[in-house]
Design a protein around this ligand. Structure first.
Ligand SMILES: Nc1ncnc2c1ncn2[C@@H]1O[C@H](COP(=O)(O)OP(=O)(O)OP(=O)(O)O)[C@@H](O)[C@H]1O
Length: 319
């Protein structure tokens, strides 16, 4: 099957007064993909998602959803998109069924199809047994499911989820992540989060935004490969040696000493683990943890976002 591009932004830019919140953002997401949209606070994620959803106008650049220009045809585009905002509006006095039916109607699902659409969305989100419950009486996890159900009830091509697992307990989180993966098979899904393991678990692609600019866009596989080239081995010792003793080992390029553990960076193409293990045993370093590349994604993320920030602060200092 040809990959169908469902979300496309070209040089998308948005200013709030003198502040540029989005700066020439180019993104593409196809049907069958879950794209993780990552960035620190204030990076521009919400701004981007609100523009995609037709809730906010861009300053310049273009944005299309399922081939429909969101700025030129907002009403058509809105029917092709489902959005779960970070804080969804509350309709506590409606039952789950009434809520979904109301929103399906707003988004143009006709009377005959509506019941089937609502039943289908409830089934996919595991809500069938609470269909007649008032929203205000649902647990947070179920309310979140209702939020996701409203984002898919009208059969949109594109589903955008803003921090969908924030505030849920671990079991609810797992269930919502499974649901997101499932949605990715049929829709193009954009998932905003700053939880890195969540991206690893649910996404096929990842885009990292910082200071309004996309600083990385890659497949998960590509990112993991990139990370493993520069990843470190995380180690913790009960009786740590001098860092120089580790640095001197075969295959070790450098050692970063941080609180709670060290990161041992390998020389290109080398595996430092055998020498590390041997030295830890003979040296009595009391090895407590050895995790290869466990922070790979985190390291790439931190590198990408801090590099941009430090470049910016240097510019500001120079100005
Ligand atoms: N209505 C607004 N008026 C003025 N500035 C705004 C407005 N909304 C956002 N901004 C600014 O635009 C930038 C991007 O904000 P945005 O909310 O899109 O970031 P974010 O990545 O979603 O952050 P968070 O993870 O904290 O939600 C920030 O510098 C923010 O202060």
């Amino acid at each position: 099957m040809m990959s169908q591009i469902m979300i496309e932004t070209v040089n998308l830019t948005r200013d709030y007064g003198p502040n540029r919140a989005l700066d020439a953002v180019n993104l593409q997401v196809s049907r069958g993909q879950v794209m993780g949209f990552l960035g620190p606070n204030g990076a521009g994620k919400t701004t981007c998602m609100r523009i995609l959803s037709g809730l906010l106008a861009p300053t310049s650049g273009s944005v299309s959803v399922a081939g429909v220009d969101v700025v030129a045809n907002p009403d058509v585009a809105k029917r092709k998109i489902g959005f779960l905002p970070e804080t969804p509006p509350i309709y506590g006095e409606l039952t789950v069924r009434e809520y979904l039916s109301y929103l399906a109607q707003l988004r143009g699902v006709g009377g005959k199809q509506r019941r089937g659409a609502v039943d289908g969305a409830m089934a996919r989100c595991g809500l069938t047994h609470v269909a007649e419950r008032l929203l205000r009486n649902l647990s947070k996890g179920y309310r979140q499911r209702a939020g996701i159900a409203q984002a898919i009830v009208h059969g949109p091509d594109v589903v955008i989820l803003d921090e969908p697992t924030v505030g849920l307990d671990p079991i609810q989180i797992r269930e919502i992540r499974d649901l997101i993966k499932e949605l990715g098979q049929e829709h193009a899904v954009m998932l905003s989060t700053h939880i890195l393991p969540e991206v690893r678990m649910t996404c096929d692609r990842v885009a990292v935004i910082n200071g309004g600019r996309i600083v990385l866009e890659d497949s998960m596989a590509g990112l993991e490969a990139r990370a493993s080239e520069q990843h470190g081995v995380r180690v913790r010792f009960g009786a740590p040696p001098e860092p120089a003793a580790v640095e001197a080992l075969d295959g070790v390029a450098a050692v970063h000493v941080v609180e709670g553990g060290w990161t041992v960076l390998p020389q290109a193409g080398a595996d430092p683990i055998p020498a590390l293990l041997a030295a830890a045993v003979t040296g009595g370093w009391d090895l407590r943890e050895l995790t290869p590349g466990s922070n790979a994604l985190e390291e790439v993320f931190v590198q990408l976002t801090t590099r941009e920030e430090s470049a910016e602060s240097q510019q500001q200092e120079a100005a």
